[in-house]
Design a protein around this ligand. Sequence first.
Ligand code: ZN
Length: 545
Amino acid sequence: MATSLRIINGKVYDPANNIDGEVREIFVQDGRIVADAPADARTIDARGMVIMPGGVDIHCHIAGPKVNLARKLQPEDHRHDPHPGTLFTRSGSGGTVPSTFATGYRYATLGYTTAMEAAVTPIGARHTLEELHDTPVIDKGFYVLLGNNIFLQQLLQEGRREEFKQAVAWWVNATKAYTTKLVNPGGDEPWKGKRNANVADIDEKSEVFGISPRNIIDAFTGVVNELGLPHPVHIHCNNLGHSGNVYTTLETMKTAGDRRLHLAHIQFHSYGGEPGKNPKSAAAEIADYVNSHPNISCDVGQVMFGKSTIMTADAPLAYMLRGFKKGKWVNADTECESGCGIVPFSYQEHVYVHALQWAIGLELFLLSRDPWRIILSTDHPNGGSFMSYPKLIRLLMDREFRKEEMKKVNKKAMRSTRLPDLDREYTLNEIAIITRAGPARALGLKHKGQLGPGADADITIYDEQEDKELMFSAPRYVIKSGDLIIADHEFRNDHAGRILHVAPAYDEDIVGTVRTFFENYYSIEFDNYAVSDQYLYDHEVISTT
Ligand SMILES: [Zn+2]
């Protein structure tokens, strides 16, 4: 139910509109921010409070077949962390991979109102949309995995560039995705076909297709920009987690030239050292490149100590990691589209590599000169749960707290990074950028991450507190599309949230070409593959330019 609201006396942090902590009034009507509200609008007195746009998570894993597989793999997590219902909200279960209901409500309890699921196979799109529709409060969308798609690689191999572009546009439409995702591009085929092999070099040509990861990255960067998608190709580079992968990451960024590109969880791709040996921090080299190339955006993928669940379309990576943690793991293959791996994990302070990963993420945040392009994420639940965001915010805002935490971790790892010398503390304005305004801009969501007239009325109001972890853990008010969802820290309402997707134009002739391939190799009927328009409800098509 839409509400008219007048929010008075609060300190507003709205970086997209150059408002940095000024006391301003915010008005809401019919789900949008407006210039004024009717005289009978409900008033919220936000004296002593901080007002920000709702948080936007640009990269997380919250819905679809692989997420469900991770839930089924860890029933003990759910038993130990029940999520009770309230008068207004439904119950669920938590752990590092919460149920759909708990995911939406827990994001809301942190003041997040938008989240993007970062890796979905085309064949998993329908399942993902069903779960996203079932994830309350937040608006949401997903990125479709196309970087190991056999048919698309065949088109590239045969130099059929225009058909490749039309096929990418068709696939994005057919799945109702938000953009395309590449994960270890070109790495799945050697893994499937050659006893767990992987590609090691961005210029290594596939024996099957004769094309390299660089060819795939270049082609996708080109077509996604040509199609005018609001968010560029979203890439998980080759060699994730391997010592010396900084070379691959820099070369990936260079491949884009001056075209837009988003690098996912860049912390996992910022390692120096020799392959096969212990990694070293290469955060400074990566930060330098990102600082001087405004076409690049990235999210950090911060590691937080404690339990996590590694879930990835990078099947060779998951296969390698299963050896580090003697426990449950899954590797799976999705027809002609992607691999997948799940490994329950935990990051520990005393382990050199884990402490180094923690430090590299913080170095990247602190060495970055443009907060608009270095976005807060933990690659939930890979580096840690999104529920650890408040602690991460405190690590960035509170130098003394950071120094205390540094004392608890592996000393050798700490000495090998620049973290002990970095005194920077993020301001509230910068936090508003890396959690709201920055991700909204990188996603091309003009109505989000800001509080100007016309914006979606997604608003979070925090009690201003010295302890930033406490402050960001429990907003006093959360407003979603104008509905007052949380007031005085308690749920007062429920909300469905919308699916955000794009619909780029494509040439109908491509459908027959895809159909021929599909009917030869897939296990389901082509006519049951694409998600029909009727399937979507509560959705918004974000325009392509
Ligand atoms: Zn991810």
